[in-house]
Design a protein around this ligand. Structure first.
Ligand code: ZN
Length: 373
């Protein structure tokens, strides 16, 4: 009897230890830029409570996550901060939390209220966000909408490797664009087949192209066609190895170069990070400060037409460079893809983002303030 009692006490002590530990360490404040298991667990709980309508999550806390958190905060009578504080998370995981319908999760339905319809979901693409972001070095950057910040988070992670697997749409992309000859050949191939692809030129190359009539004319034709111009940043440097200051500069300065080249404002709506290198909180913070709430990666990268064809599936994003072997591959690949029913479209169309309108007012980078050369 005594032995059984001792054992029972031991079990109780163990339970207390386990639960005690969990109780103390389960929650830490989560905010935009965070990622991991804790973010995932929070989203699952928000889904359970009806704040998310799908449980296909990634583990990133981004703008869209903050919107869902704000909705839960509003419903529960808290300030809409978009930051998941320890007290918010404690309430969220308790039975006292109100679900998206205003019902107490623990079962007491006496306390209910309804929220007004979501307005944040209907923000028009192209709306300028006024919230300035202050970077580590004190630089203040006005947040701009590239159109990429309203991609539903439930559909895409921060680094996008493909579009929907349910549609025959695919995106062919061409990086660097150092060689105008191969850019032209690729562009003319697109015109011949009546398709649009996305070019990701490096800003320094565009700057050289501004100076020569041939380059200028080609990019003007591309901008006016079914193709799309994104950016591969200003210099071909890994964003993870740069300061906030240079990341902001390299991400945004190409917009000024492109506008100068074209003579009007052509909103750049997608960014391909050099070397596909983007995966750090500080890179995301810098890019989000200038409106890139996602970066575009790829799921097919080969210049062997057979392999490229074999690997391409619905929603694929194909990576190419403006080089001879890439162009030779595309010459064989594009007709095969079309024959198989694939529909090559620019990246933003693949992701369902409407193009921002071009305007006459060109984007001018403040050279004295930002440009170090
Ligand atoms: Zn590159």
């Amino acid at each position: 009897m005594r032995k059984a009692l001792t054992l029972w006490m031991l079990v109780c002590l163990l339970c207390a230890a386990v639960y005690g530990t969990q109780g103390e360490t389960a929650f830490t404040t989560l905010r935009r830029g965070d990622s991991g298991e804790a973010v995932l667990a929070m989203k699952q709980r928000l889904y359970e409570l009806g704040y998310y309508t799908t449980d296909q999550f990634n583990a990133y806390y981004n703008d869209n996550t903050a919107q869902h958190v704000m909705r839960a905060q509003e419903m529960n009578g808290l300030n809409r901060t978009g930051v998941a504080s320890v007290s918010f998370l404690t309430l969220l995981f308790s039975d006292d939390v109100l679900d998206a319908q205003g019902h107490r999760f623990g079962g007491d339905t006496a306390e209910t209220k309804t929220l007004p319809p979501r307005e944040d979901a209907a923000l028009p693409i192209g709306k300028q966000l006024a919230t300035p972001t202050v970077l580590e070095d004190g630089t203040v950057v006005s947040e701009e909408n590239t159109g990429m910040d309203w991609i539903p988070e439930d559909d895409y992670p921060y680094g996008i490797r493909s579009g929907s697997r349910d549609s025959k749409k695919i995106a062919i992309t061409m990086d660097d664009c150092y060689n105008l000859e191969w850019v032209r050949d690729t562009f003319e191939m697109c015109e011949q087949y009546g398709i649009g692809i996305t070019f990701y030129p490096v800003g320094t190359q565009l700057k050289e192209d501004v100076a020569q009539e041939e380059g200028k004319e080609l990019w003007q034709r591309i901008a006016a066609s079914a193709c799309e111009i994104g950016t591969h940043t200003h210099q071909h440097r890994a964003l993870t190895g740069l300061s906030d200051y240079h990341r902001v500069l390299y991400a945004k300065y190409p917009q000024a170069v492109l506008d100068e080249l074209l003579g009007y404002h052509y909103p750049i709506q997608s960014l391909r990070p050099p070397f596909g290198s983007y995966n750090s909180t500080s890179v995301r913070r810098s890019l989000e400060a200038v409106g890139y709430h996602h970066v575009i990666l790829w799921d097919v990268a080969t210049t062997d037409p057979d392999e490229a064809f074999r690997k391409t599936q619905n929603g694929s994003i194909l990576l190419f460079h403006a080089k001879k072997k890439d162009v030779l591959c595309l010459e064989k690949l594009i007709p095969r893809l079309l024959e198989a029913g694939f529909e090559p479209v620019p990246v933003t169309e693949l992701l369902g983002i409407a193009p921002l309108p071009v305007t006459q007012e060109v984007f001018v980078w403040d050279m004295d303030e930002y440009y170090p050369y």
